[in-house]
Ligand binder design. Structure first.
Ligand code: PEP
Ligand code: MN
Length: 356
């Protein structure tokens, strides 16, 4: 992929590139006041959602085209560049008509190849930076597919936004970061700038600073942070938005570490290891939860804990599967034996505790 820089004229090529503004454009006053404060604090790129994809109907779905006029006004009166989210052909036409400087594709849209293709077809021949958010589901290939659709339509000023992935597990995040996914994307496309969206990852304003710092320590190029003149009154994503002044403080306190090539590469890999180990533990704990449920079932139905036939079969099957996944069959067997033995222990434990 031969990419061109997403930098807009006059903006310094310096980490982090910052995009900020409200989740949604709500009213002209809210947009103008937020933008004026951000511009006063030195920010250069303003974001606002004009069409909002909501989980259920009935919520605030955005003002639509009239809000693009407010963004145009922001551009004219503050000198900031303006960016918005597009999900359909109509959104693209309207955004271009009203002079948006940058577009992004939302996480729900990236997950839909038809929608991405429609946007790509509509943008054919247009020279505009486009940022592609990760799909809601942790599917790197789907994310790459969206990037390719735009690239194949001739768009060269491409970047990505890492906004975390949805999960049913209870975590401190709104969308779990799964850092290894964007890191793998960066490994495959080193020239693709990655922008972190700590607002949608954390879901709470108290987490924005830490996640932003983590992104900077992972060498991300930029940050897109939701801000609002009065976050508590926001019509969408209220809990995660910060005031322009809080944003200023977050940015002031960010530590941008110098890039030292060799150790930096290593630290990216180590971060990946930590993240993966963490995931392995989470999966194991889920696995043990199921084992305990099985233990209870067996207790209620007077079944023995160990059913040797099934276990032998599983072990051999998985060892073969492991070999197909570039691991030694023996290693896979050892791991599974250890898991199985802990699983048996957990079943005994739950049976012991629930014996009448
Ligand atoms: C947004 O940026 O406000 C938004 C809708 O984000 P996402 O697509 O990441 O959910
Ligand atoms: Mn939002």
């Amino acid at each position: 992929m031969e990419l061109e820089s997403i930098l807009l004229p006059g903006i310094e090529d310096k980490r982090p590139m910052i995009i900020s503004g409200p989740c949604s454009a709500e009213t002209e006053e809210q947009v103008m006041e937020t933008a004026t404060k951000l511009a006063g604090n030195g920010l250069k790129i303003f974001r606002a959602g004009v069409w909002k994809p909501r989980t259920k109907p009935g919520g605030f779905e955005g003002v639509g085209t009239p809000a693009l006029k407010w963004l145009q006004k922001v551009r004219k009166e503050t000198g900031m560049y303006v960016a918005t989210e597009v999900a359909t052909e109509k959104h693209v036409y309207e955004s271009l008509k009203y002079g948006m400087d940058m577009l992004w594709i939302g996480a729900r849209t990236t997950a839909n190849p038809f929608a991405v293709q429609e946007i790509a077809d509509t943008l054919k021949g247009v020279d505009i930076p486009v940022l592609i958010k990760n799909p809601v589901n942790p599917d790197l290939e789907l994310w790459i597919g969206a990037i390719e659709r735009l690239y194949n339509a001739g768009l060269k000023k491409l970047g990505v936004i890492h906004r975390g992935f949805s999960t049913n597990d209870k975590t401190v995040y709104r969308n779990i970061p799964q850092w290894h996914i964007p890191i793998e994307l960066k490994r495959r496309y080193p020239d693709l700038p990655i922008i972190c969206d700590p607002s949608h990852i954390g879901g709470k304003r108290s987490m924005v600073k830490t996640i932003s710092q983590q992104a900077m320590d992972l060498n991300y190029y930029g940050l897109i942070i939701e801000s609002h003149r009065n976050p508590d009154d926001a019509w969408s994503d209220s809990a995660q938005q910060v005031s322009p002044d809080a944003l200023e403080e977050i940015l002031r306190e960010l530590v941008i570490r110098e890039k030292v090539q060799s150790t930096e590469d290593l630290s990216d890999l180590r971060e990946q290891i930590d993240e993966l180990d963490n995931e392995i533990l989470q999966v194991l704990s889920k696995r043990m939860r199921v084992s305990r449920e099985i233990g209870l079932y067996k207790l209620e139905h007077d079944m023995p804990v160990l059913q040797t036939g099934r276990y032998d079969h599983i072990l051999n099957d998985r060892a073969e599967q492991g070999e197909n996944m570039q691991m030694s069959g023996n290693f896979v067997k050892q791991v599974l034996e250890a898991i199985h033995s802990e699983s048996v222990r957990q079943q005994f434990d739950v049976m012991e505790k629930n014996k009448k």
